[in-house]
Design a protein around this ligand. Sequence first.
Ligand code: HEC
Length: 182
Amino acid sequence: MELAAGLRLVSPAIRQTGAHAMSMRKAPFGFAAGLIAALVGVTGGGGWEARAQEPSRAEQLIKYRQSIYRVLNGNFAPLAAMATGKAPFDAEAAAMRAERVAYLAAMLDEAYPADSQAGAPTRVKPEIWANRAEFDGLLEDMQSKTAELAKVAGGGDQAAITAAFGAAGKSCKACHDKFRKE
Ligand code: HEC
């Protein structure tokens, strides 16, 4: 049953011919094994090499954190362009961007475990973990400012959005100045 469900996900085309689908159900093992190997990236002969290339836990955590910031910034930058007049104001786009920023900001709660301090290129300062309460305070402040921005952006008032954007931007800078390396 599980395999049949998997097949539906992988290839809707297989479902189109009932006979073909039946034969896949009767002798699916080779196909399933190949599929699983492809999904986990391990092949019979190259297992060790494949495992040796897996990123370390620290590397995964650091990349995960930086990815959140990158996607966040990818949505914050268009708001900056609107707020500074470099792009025309678009209420709908502003609301969408601000909502995404607030959502991504909340995800940063889980982005600073102790084992994400080193092990891959990162700009974190060790003071984050030494002054965790202060760091968390700055993170919370940014989360509340971006939540406020999302709320205000939903209302479509350009002046209010620009002001809320400015406050959010300041909350980013406050933390970067203290806890991010150049
Ligand atoms: C509570 C602290 C804090 C707040 C608030 C904060 N940042 Fe950061 N930010 C960091 C730290 C620390 C790093 C370095 C992460 C790393 O290299 O592992 C970083 C990295 C980044 C990066 C670089 C990501 C990369 O590696 O490509 C961008 C872009 C960024 N932040 C944007 C923002 C924006 C925009 C905001 C506000 C909406 C914000 N940050 C708020 C601490 C913060």
